[in-house]
Design a protein around this ligand. Structure first.
Ligand code: ADP
Ligand code: ADP
Length: 225
């Protein structure tokens, strides 16, 4: 069982605390960070990915302190809200990009890209241009790119927010199934309560840079009797 742990993680810009003493452990489960815009969700993900260094506190992966390890050495896959795909590269090249940078052998890259595209049901789309694809398919490419490095942790930052309502519900199911199959610590940022309730093993309710409650979906809300 893998464990991602945040211990007393705080992040401040000048004098403003964006993350205020975040503490949680994520095992092979999907934890959503749910909260209003500006509460620090993305900053929390970026800190886990290594794009931000905490002002205080530490991040551990399987007991190893990764707080100061650069993002490309963390083996963490991240899917961005905007997908952040390269429009001038085709599907294959977008997914292969990170592996090329790591200077893997061509055959190895082909094999891994094939596996990643299979996982998101995009086999056969290798040579499509990004702008020929629907929003849902672009989102799948972004997920494949995160998976191709065989990450130990998966981070998803509002991955469905650019999709229409119907597709969002379909992709929600796909992502949930994928996460179950991968069985790695996964953090999912959203401001959509229903999304968090349906996709999560646990929900961390964030406000003002703090996680105010972390619990299973059925324990997050109390309903009038
Ligand atoms: P959320 O993802 O919950 O919408 P963010 O983590 O994006 O929240 O942002 C939390 C707060 O931190 C916002 O007020 C934002 O303006 C601020 N913030 C984020 N990044 C920076 C930065 N690099 N410098 C200064 N302030 C930032
Ligand atoms: P180079 O490193 O010289 O760019 P690549 O092998 O990465 O060469 O890819 C060259 C082209 O071949 C790319 O445009 C890519 O789309 C295509 N390509 C490579 N492998 C596959 C594959 N397995 N399936 C489909 N297209 C592929």
């Amino acid at each position: 069982m893998a464990v991602l742990k945040l211990a007393n993680v705080s992040k401040a810009y000048s004098n403003t605390k964006i993350l205020n003493n975040i503490n949680f452990e994520c095992e092979n489960e999907l934890i959503s960070l749910l909260g209003p815009s500006g509460c620090g969700k993305t900053t929390c993900l970026r800190t886990i990915a290594g794009f931000e260094i905490p002002s205080n506190g530490k991040i551990f992966l399987n007991g190893n302190d990764i707080t100061n390890i650069p993002p490309n050495k963390r083996n963490i896959g991240m899917v961005f809200q905007s997908y952040a795909l390269f429009p001038h590269l085709n599907v294959y090249e977008n997914v292969a990009y990170g592996l090329k940078i790591k200077k893997l052998k061509k055959n190895e890259i082909k094999e891994k890209v094939k596996d990643a595209l299979n996982m998101v049901n995009l086999e056969g789309f290798e040579n499509y241009n990004i702008n020929e694809l629907s929003g849902g398919m672009q989102q799948r490419v972004a997920v494949a790119r995160a998976l191709v490095i065989e990450p130990e942790v998966l981070l998803l930052d509002e991955p469905l927010s650019n999709l229409d309502a119907k597709l969002r519900i379909k992709m929600r199911r796909e992502l949930k199934k994928l996460q179950r199959d991968l069985d790695i610590p996964s953090i999912y940022v959203t401001h959509d309560q229903e999304e968090a309730l349906t996709i999560s093993d646990r929900i961390g309710v964030m406000n003002n840079g703090k996680i105010e409650q972390l619990d299973r979906p059925e324990n997050i809300y109390t309903y009038p009797k």
